[in-house]
Design a protein around this ligand. Structure first.
Ligand SMILES: O=C(O)CCC(=O)C(=O)O
Length: 246
């Protein structure tokens, strides 16, 4: 087992440096900018229908209460009350379908080891606005949709979902990084209270890989620069992402 995999298994979360070079980060930033500009201007102009088919996530119940979901050309765009915009719109084609992007060697081995076969990769992105002073942080949650509405049972099962986050800017404690509870992929909500926490502080080009079971939250962005992130979620094909696609 390599070192990154060992950390992933222990903490449910690992930071892997220098996975993507600057031409790729620039390309992602360009794609991201085009998509978010289309989304934000369309929302501003009242161009998109809102659709209310977000299903409550057992591990992130607040999401349903605090989000508005727009239909942008058939893709769901989730806008959270704290201004976070999560979207798959525009995040396809070209580089985003390249196997070297979806499965960089440092990540591919871990994904394969965890999910074995019969999984796919979906790309999405998250825009976090600047100057989030008044609004709150995205609360602690797991990304998985529960399989059996039973936390202990879900946690005892093999992995069915992992995500690779790719910050497009260097992350600092101020600009809206993510915070993880280490070991929480194997721990109940109660047990999580005793576990150590870590704020992910990667540079653009680093990635962080975490289990869908790992409890995490988004931190406020108090800087005056927006915080863009692209992510790839690896999921067994028999699981539906109930949170967005039902
Ligand atoms: O981007 C963030 O700050 C939070 C994202 C997050 O927690 C999620 O998408 O599950």
């Amino acid at each position: 087992m390599d070192d990154y995999y060992e950390i992933y298994k222990r903490d449910g979360y690992v930071e892997i440096p220098n996975v993507f070079g600057f031409p790729i980060i620039d390309d992602l930033q360009h794609t991201f900018d085009l998509a978010i500009e289309h989304i934000q201007s369309g929302i501003g102009a009242g161009k998109f229908e809102t659709c209310q088919n977000l299903t409550p996530n057992f591990y992130d119940a607040n999401r349903l209460v605090t989000s508005t979901i727009y239909d942008v050309g058939g893709d769901k765009v989730v806008v959270d009350i704290c201004g976070l915009t999560e979207f798959a719109y525009g995040m396809s084609g070209g580089l985003l379908e390249d196997q070297m992007f979806l499965y960089p060697p440092q990540v591919e081995g871990i994904v394969k080891e965890e999910l074995k076969t019969y999984y796919n990769a979906e790309v999405g992105a998250i825009h976090k606005p600047a100057n989030q002073e008044i609004v709150g942080e995205l609360g602690w949650h797991r990304d998985i949709a529960t399989l059996f509405e039973d936390e202990a049972l879900d946690l005892s099962l093999p992995e069915w979902e992992l995500s690779m986050f790719i910050p497009l800017v260097d992350l600092t404690p101020e600009n809206g990084s993510l915070e993880f509870i280490l070991g929480s992929h194997k721990a109940s909500r109660e047990e999580c209270k005793e576990l150590p926490r870590k704020v992910a502080l990667g540079k653009a080009g680093d990635v962080f890989l975490f289990s869908g079971k790992t409890v995490h939250r988004g931190i406020k962005n108090t800087t005056d620069e927006e915080r863009p992130v692209v992510y790839v979620t690896y999921r067994k094909k028999w699981v539906k992402d109930l949170e967005i696609y039902v």
